[in-house]
Ligand binder design. Sequence first.
Ligand code: BG6
Length: 500
Amino acid sequence: MTEDIRPRSLDIVIFGGTGDLSMRKLMPALYRSEVEGKLAAATRIFAIARKAPSLQEFQGRVRQGLDTFLNSGELCDDSWAAFRQRLNPVSLDIAALDSHWDEFAAQLRGNPHSIAIFYLAIPPSLYGQTCACLAQTGLVGADARIVLEKPIGYDLESARVINDQVAQHFDEHHIYRIDHYLGKATVQNLLALRFTNLLFETLWDGKSIDQVQITLAETVGLEDRAEFYDKAGALRDMMQNHLLQLLCLVAMEPPHKLDAENIRAEKLKVLKALRPLTGDDIHRNAVRGQYGAGEVNGAPVPGYLTELGAESKTETYAAIRAHIDNWRWAGVPFYLRTGKRLQERFAEIVIQFKPVTHQAYGRAAGELQPNRLIIRLQPDECIQLQLMAKELHRYEPHLKPVTLNLDFANTYEGFSSDAYKRLLLDVIAGDQSLFAHRHEVEQAWSWLDPILQAWQHPRNHPHGYAAGSWGPQQADALLDRYRHHWVNPSAAEIGTPVNK
Ligand code: BG6
C-alpha cells in the first residue's frame, strides 16, 4: 500500500514544530524518510511556533536532535544536506489571525501542486482554533490532510467538541488521529499473524484462550511533562488510546478486507462490546496507583508528588480487568495495565491458551504449562510461542516449556523500527488503516468516563507503589482473585508457572 508514496511533493506543516515531540520523533521520522528516498524533491517542512527561531538556529537544533535520537551511524552528511534545505521555521500565533498567516498562506500557495499535511503537535484544546485559522486563510484545499496527536480531549464530551470543531473544516477521510503504538512493527505483524495463519484463527476465541494480558510498562517518570501529565494521568494518557487500540486489534473479527474502512468498523464493534464498568464494578475491576520514592535501574528516584512539587491524586498506574461481551470472547478476561516508574520498560501482549483437557503424561513428567503467544513491542520486537516439549537428553519422559522465537532484529536484516515514520508515510500515502476514526475515540471515552468520574470522587485516592516495583499490591490482588497473575518479563522466561 505504501510502495510508491511520491505522487506529489508535500508541504508538511508541524504546529508545535520546535517542541519536544517534533524533535524527538517527527524530525527523526522525516529524516529517515529522506534517507529512504520517500520525500519528493520539492517537499518542504514548516515548523510552526509562536516565536520560531531563525533558520540557522532551527537547523542547528534539528541537527542536535537527530544526533541524539537517531541510532548511531544513521546520520550521514549527504542526507542531512538535503534534509536541512527542506526546513522552514515559521512564527504564527494561533490566537491571532494576523498578517503572518497571510504571508504563510502565500508561501504555501507558491507550491500549488503540493499536498499539505498539517500535523498538530500542540495541546488538543487548540485543535479547533488552528483548523479555523487554516480554513480562514484558505489553506484547507481538497487534498489537505490533518494529523491529530492523542489524547483527543479529556473525556467524551470534550472529545466530541474537538472532533466537531475539526470536522467543520476537514472531512473524516482527511483526518488522521495518530496512535504511535499502531505504527510499531510487531503490532502490524499481529494482523498478519492473525489473518494469514489458519493455526491461530481457529484457536482465537474463548474456547481456546484463557486470558489476554496487555502491559505497557515504563521506567520514566514525569519527564518535563508535569503540566500535561498531571491533568491527564495514566488512564487518559495510555489506556484510552494505546491500550484500547491494541485490545481492538487482538479482539476484532477478521475484516473482509484489510482496508481502513473495514478495520475501523471491526475495531469499533469491539469497543462497543466492552462490558461497561459502573458502580461497584469499577472498584472490583479497576485499580489505580501513584508511585512513591524508590529505585529504578539501580538509581534512587523521588516519588510523583516530589517530582511534581504539589499535592495530586493523579494516577501514574492503571490496571483494568475488562470483558468483551460477544460470542468470540465470552468468559475471557482482558487484563490491561500501564504505569510509570515500574521495574522495567516493556510492552507486551500475552495470549494465554487454556490447559490441555487431559494430561496423558503422569505427574512425574513435570508440571504442564499453558501455551502462550507473546507479542513483544518493546524493548525488543519479537513474537514468541511458548510450547511444551520433551526433554531430549533424559530417558524417562520429562516435559519442559520451550520457546519459538521470531526475533525481528535477527530475522529481518537491517530491521529498525520507527512507528512515527511508518505512520507519517501512511498519511502521505493516504492510508487511514492505522488511524482511529472519531467513533472509536468517542466510544473509548464513553467506556472510560465512568471510571474517570469514580476516581475523581474526593474519597477515592490512588494506591501507593514504590518506584521500581510492579505497581500497587491491589493490582496483584485483582488477578489473584481469579487465580491468575501478571506476566512480567522475568516470569515470561520459560519455566515459570503462569496459573497458580
Ligand atoms: C505517549 C505518552 O503516548 O507514549 C507518554 O503520552 C508515554 O506518557 C509514551 O511515555 C510511551 O511511548 P513509547 O513508544 O516510548 O512506549
